[in-house]
Design a protein around this ligand. Structure first.
Ligand SMILES: Nc1ncnc2c1ncn2[C@@H]1O[C@H](COP(=O)(O)OP(=O)(O)OP(=O)(O)O)[C@@H](O)[C@H]1O
Length: 258
């Protein structure tokens, strides 16, 4: 099967202000993601994780190498890719329902279909009954749920998530992680999720791509198999989780000593 997403020896340089030199943020980054995979990119602050998502989203272009989505070079933003950022990025003057409808208006979905679709996706993220609330009337976790519903509502094949739960308290983060896994299983989306949290990476990813910084490079890709998940089990305390956590930690730590 051909990969849904391909980073092929991607490099990204940024100009340095008042200088002819440039700063290499990413170097020789190669990674292929299959349709339906949940890949987490983990790495220290500044290693280029957000830049990789920006490249996938078509918000910036590579200095070298290629970024392909469904076999085609990325040439700009597209409705095949939904993005969820750390900041909720909701429109404060619109209700939850109306925020979810926003993206659907842009693609010309008729009013009634729009309303139905928005309700359906608010339900999917556990927000039935909160349709009429404004962002300031929702908790941080609820606002991030609205942002996820908004991205899912126009049915992108790919979901790009940039530390979407970083601003949330631990308990809310854990419940949203479970919800995201449930949504992923139900919808079969391809997800690329960026975080600097080792536990978050191990908990969510089918595969975890570990990066090192200065310049950002791919260190190793680990396949994760935590076995069957049960809502009641404290998976994060299990020996297998601990082993993966330690493996990622070691990979991230090694870079300090080379
Ligand atoms: N527009 C830009 N101009 C110049 N340098 C940039 C620009 N965007 C990012 N960088 C630099 O590129 C490097 C990678 O940044 P990026 O935001 O992708 O890292 P990150 O891994 O997502 O970091 P964090 O986890 O802290 O969000 C950083 O050193 C950053 O300063």
């Amino acid at each position: 099967m051909t990969a849904k997403i391909v980073f092929d020896r991607v490099g990204k340089d940024f100009p340095i202000r008042d200088s002819v030199e440039s700063f290499t943020a990413i170097e020789e980054f190669s990674l292929a993601v299959k349709a339906g995979e949940f890949v987490v990119i983990v790495g220290p602050s500044g290693c280029g994780k957000s830049t990789l998502l920006d490249l996938l989203a078509g918000l910036t272009t590579a200095s070298s190498g290629r970024v392909l989505v469904a076999g085609e070079p990325v040439s700009g933003p597209g409705l095949d890719r939904g993005i969820v950022f750390q900041q909720y990025a909701l429109l404060p003057w619109r209700t939850a329902q109306s925020n979810v409808e926003f993206g659907l208006e842009a693609i010309g979905v008729a009013r009634r279909a729009r309303a139905n679709r928005a309700r359906e996706f608010l339900d999917l993220v556990g927000l039935s009954g909160f349709e009429k609330r404004y962002p300031h009337e929702l908790s941080g976790g609820m606002r991030q749920r609205v942002a996820i519903a908004r991205s899912l509502a126009y049915d992108p094949d790919i979901l790009l998530m940039d530390e979407p739960f970083a601003a949330l308290d631990a308990q809310t983060r854990e419940s949203l992680q479970d919800e995201l896994l449930r949504i992923w299983q139900r919808t079969g989306k391809t997800i690329v999720f960026v975080t600097h949290g080792i536990e978050e990476a191990v908990y969510l990813g089918n595969r975890v791509a570990v990066m090192t910084s200065r310049p950002g490079r791919l260190k190793e890709v680990l396949s994760i198999d935590l076995g069957p998940r049960s809502v009641d089990a404290d998976l994060r305390s299990s020996p297998i989780f601990g082993r993966y956590r330690h493996e990622v930690w070691s990979l991230l730590h090694e870079k300090e000593t080379v």
